[in-house]
Ligand binder design. Structure first.
Ligand code: NDP
Length: 325
């Protein structure tokens, strides 16, 4: 029997890669966008799968629309990848961030409980929940110390998932995903901003790349392989939570250095540090222990930060050439 998957947030980076992955597994893939009529689904177009997925309008903030789309699609698996996804923007839009992430997840859980349907649900949790990990790699039992409105909302959504699993027996699993990047990352995210500016500079632009705190440390992975971990979580006997990361921590400065080096440039000649891009509170250092995913899901990241930097530059150069053709 063909399995049906419903992806909330299919227009985003992860939603598009997950859709492509599920198609290769033989799923019927339906995705939701807040306004499917207006959305261009440019990521699905870029991955050349737009005509292979069905799309519906649904807003997670609106219980009725969630219920309607679940009743219409009758999915076996639901992936919640929708919601305001920028940490920086969450300081500007704290209420929107909380509602789309936390209330959105609650609406989804309530709708599934209300329908009494045997639907497995994956929720996109975040490493941002951990806050600073002070050199101790975070695992599934590490306490949360969120440092942004985004992270507070993700922490609330994580516990909503755990609560519905324990209280009502829902098959509800959360991935605590560390940063994962790709050419489909929107421009406002720092990795994409760095890659795009560096490529323009390599082409002769005289601009300066303005960045905030480049000494922050993160674990950067490759988005296309992270979506497989999401799927694997829903193929287990029991629902559970998993840290998904490479296990390697690097400074943002190292990412910048790698990107410019791929292009034969010295980053110090082209980067300006600007206070404007410092966040009110930021995570200085976070590191990950993804052992449980390796043990139970048999999932391990193949690509590390330097691969990610190189692949993003290569994709940007290819995309630039395609635009010029
Ligand atoms: P994207 O921002 O690329 O996609 C998220 C989608 O959610 C958008 O395409 C949009 O769909 C919808 N959306 C955006 N803003 C809102 C809003 N205010 N209210 C409701 N829906 C909104 O995110 P990613 O694909 O990168 O990430 C997927 C999920 O994983 C997100 O929840 C993110 O927070 C989380 N995550 C991502 C990490 C990463 O490194 N990428 C790390 C850890 C967690 P539309 O406009 O079509 O409605």
């Amino acid at each position: 029997m063909e399995k049906r998957a419903l992806i909330f947030g299919i227009s985003g980076q992860d939603g598009s890669y997950l859709a492509r992955f599920l198609l290769t597994k033989g799923y019927r893939v339906v995705g939701s966008s807040r306004d499917a009529q207006m959305c261009s689904f440019s990521n699905l177009v870029r991955l050349k799968i737009r005509d292979q997925v069905e799309v519906e309008s649904a807003s997670l903030n609106d219980f009725r629309s969630v219920l309607q789309v679940l009743k219409k699609v009758r999915p076996d698996e639901v992936y919640n990848l929708a919601g305001q996804s920028s940490v920086g923007l969450s300081f500007e839009q704290p209420v929107e961030s909380f509602e789309s992430i936390s209330i959105g997840t609650l609406n989804l859980l309530e709708a599934i409980r209300f329908l009494e349907a045997r639907i497995k649900i994956y929720n996109a949790g975040s490493s941002e929940c951990f806050g600073n990990t002070d050199g101790r790699p975070a695992d599934e039992l590490t306490p949360f110390r969120p440092r942004s409105p985004y992270a507070v909302a993700k922490a609330a959504a994580f516990w909503q998932m755990a609560n519905y699993r324990e209280a009502y027996g829902l098959f509800a699993s959360s991935g605590l995903l560390f940063n994962h990047e790709s050419p489909l990352r929107p421009q406002r995210f720092v990795t994409r901003k760095i890659v795009n500016a560096a490529c323009r500079i390599a082409e002769g632009s005289k601009e300066k790349l303005e960045l905030g705190n480049i000494s922050v440390e993160r674990d950067w992975g490759w988005a296309p392989e992270y979506v497989e971990a999401m799927w694997l979580m829903l193929q287990q006997e029991d629902p559970d939570d998993y840290v998904i990361a490479t296990g390697e921590t690097n400074r943002l400065e190292d990412f910048v250095d790698n990107v410019f080096k791929v292009l034969g440039l010295n980053w110090q000649d082209h980067v300006k540090i600007s206070r404007e891009f410092f966040r009110p509170t930021d995570i200085l250092a976070v590191s990950a222990n993804p052992d449980k995913a390796a043990r139970k899901l048999r999932w391990k990241a193949k690509y590390k930060m330097c691969d990610v930097a190189r692949m993003m530059v290569e994709a940007e150069k290819r995309h630039g050439e395609e635009r010029c053709e």
